[in-house]
Design a protein around this ligand. Structure first.
Ligand SMILES: Cc1cc2nc3c(=O)[nH]c(=O)nc-3n(C[C@H](O)[C@H](O)[C@H](O)COP(=O)(O)OP(=O)(O)OC[C@H]3O[C@@H](n4cnc5c(N)ncnc54)[C@H](O)[C@@H]3O)c2cc1C
Length: 381
């Protein structure tokens, strides 16, 4: 989904020099990008630190997949079709995959369907159709088609919101853009230099509960600043250990993290390019981008607009009349609604392991459930 965008303003959130798809060739994406038109003349160090458009990354992945296909004795067949139903054909006979375009049989099935977008969390949202209600990701074309004079509300203030604002800004949007979120926290930016705080003892965090971990990390960030390192260097030191850190928390502590700390984790961990933050900052300073800290309650469709009703922390009612609502509330974190219909269809035979959703943690893959040969993996946002 993330790389399906063709909009040039949608950038990777990780510098080019760290986006290789091949673990044994860490500079692979950088080397590939340096051969592309528009990127050939720059200094390699500057290119490594830059944030490339995500559509370039899609080209890169397609190219590497094509090369792997050509080099491999195995046969890879890609069916560009949506699978709706997955049917078990007896203990040793594999599976039948059903879709609108026909069916296919497979001995083993691995579901790698990514995360589904979360529906707009508001009463009345089902009554709103496109283009009044648009999903920031993956309806990139819908957002790009918004009239620059139309007042817009974006619900959610994470990375999908950033993409939507970048597209509106690239189209010369003139009207007000409202941002609505419960915490009103915006993603923070990468530091210009990639630094890693070598002094952080990540293993020492494992026995600690979530509150003590956060206290330790704040102290570490202060110490790092005294040594001339940005706080981002502390987050970088954590990165390779995120899975281990998550697993070392008990279920109660994991839930506590998801309830109290995940928003703060998200804005520090999922950072944006400094150039993107500059665009957001300018729009906020000019007042065109207007932040509301409130919980969306209801969305009522009018003929030419949508009325949104939200409640602020102080229990006041906030009413907004806008021409478009962009749902940027992120991916579905709950296991059940995240499931595609094929998952539901075989629920009778499925072994469902309830997992505390680790979706808040980046780059973490969790074996969520296994279904007698079919494995569903959730990728954490
Ligand atoms: C806005 C955004 C920006 C991001 N930026 C970065 C970044 O800069 N750097 C980074 O490392 N990561 C980034 N990520 C995260 C990264 O995109 C994901 O970790 C990665 O794409 C997950 O890959 P995946 O294969 O698990 O899922 P996806 O990429 O979501 O792929 C799922 C696939 O399953 C298919 N599918 C789903 N349901 C069905 C069905 N019923 N039938 C048939 N096919 C189906 C979909 O069509 C899709 O092809 C970003 C994510 C988002 C949303």
């Amino acid at each position: 989904m993330a790389y399906a965008t063709t909009q040039p303003e949608h950038l990777l959130n990780v510098p080019t020099g760290r986006m290789s798809a091949l673990p044994d060739r860490p500079g692979d994406f950088l080397d590939w990008l340096a051969t592309r038109p528009g990127y050939r003349d720059g200094a390699p160090e500057a290119l490594a630190r830059s944030y490339a458009p995500r559509r370039e990354y899609a080209h890169y992945l397609r190219r590497r997949l094509q090369q792997a296909r050509e080099a491999s004795p195995a046969r890879l067949v890609i069916f560009p079709a949506r699978i709706d139903t997955l049917q078990r054909e007896g203990e040793d006979e594999g599976w039948t995959l059903h879709g609108a375009q026909g069916r296919a049989a497979a001995r083993r099935v691995l579901l790698a369907v990514g995360n589904a977008p979360r529906p707009l969390p508001a009463r009345g949202a089902r009554g709103l159709g496109r283009p009044r209600l648009l999903d920031a990701c993956p309806d990139y074309a819908g957002v790009a088609a918004i009239d620059p004079g139309a007042e817009v509300c974006i619900v959610g203030t994470g990375l999908s919101m950033v993409d939507a604002v970048m597209t509106l800004a690239a189209n010369g949007h003139r009207a007000r853009i409202h941002l609505l979120s419960r915490h009103a926290l915006l993603p923070l930016a990468h530091s210009p230099e990639h630094r890693v705080d070598g002094a952080l003892q990540v293993e020492a965090l494992h026995p600690l509960g979530i509150r003590a971990r956060l206290r330790r990390l704040r102290r570490q960030a202060r110490d790092a600043a005294r040594g001339g390192l940005p706080w981002q260097a502390v987050m970088e030191a954590l990165r390779p250990q995120v899975q281990a850190l998550w697993r070392s928390l008990g279920a109660v502590e994991q839930r506590r993290f998801l309830r109290h700390a995940v928003r703060y984790w998200d804005i520090h961990r999922h950072r944006i390019a400094p150039s993107v933050q500059a665009v957001l900052g300018n729009l906020l300073d000019s007042g065109q981008l207007h932040m509301h800290r409130a919980r969306l309650d209801m969305a009522v469709a009018g003929q030419r607009c949508v009325q949104l009703i939200a409640r602020t922390r102080e229990c006041r009612t906030l009413a907004l009349d806008v021409e478009h609502v962009i749902n940027a509330t992120g991916v579905e974190l709950r296991v059940q609604p995240c499931a595609i219909r094929c998952w539901n269809s075989c629920s009778a035979t499925a072994t469902r392991a309830p997992v505390p959703t680790a979706s808040a943690l980046p780059a973490m893959r969790t074996d969520a459930c296994s279904m007698h040969g079919a494995t569903r993996r959730t990728t954490c946002a």
